[in-house]
Write a protein that binds this ligand. Sequence first.
Ligand code: DAT
Ligand code: MG
Length: 139
Amino acid sequence: MVVERTLAILKPDCVRKGLQGEVLSRIQTGGFKVLSMKMLRLTAVEAGAFYAVHKGRPFYDGLVEFMSSGPCVPIALEKENAVADFRTLIGATDPKDAADGTIRKLFADNKGENIVHGSDSPENGRLEVAFFFSESELV
Ligand code: DAT
Ligand code: MG
């Protein structure tokens, strides 16, 4: 299997609930190598750019508002098969549909506020890591 990069974001609801450590622990126990992490607050413009693929969808404005509502923690991760394995670890977008034991099932309130982001393809994993981290920050 190929070593891939994927981007996690501990979303503003994760930070508000004080679950950063809990979620990071599950990520590390899952075998993901942390290449870099930081805490920042996205502006609405930055959140809109990150989720540009969803522009025009009915949930887009709420998503941008939520993602810029407080600090978040982007984390660059590396692992064999990282993209698919991370999505397995976090579970389905809607916590109601997420498998038992997944991060979203355990901690998320609803589909809009679902604790954690994960990239959806190896290509987007690389692009999304580069959105937040320069190559020299990936240590
Ligand atoms: P995922 O984050 O599982 O990759 P996505 O890329 O389809 O899901 O959507 C990005 C985020 O947008 C998702 O984490 C939460 C929000 N979202 C998606 N669909 C939604 C909906 N129907 N209602 C409210 N928020 C939604
Ligand atoms: Mg997605």
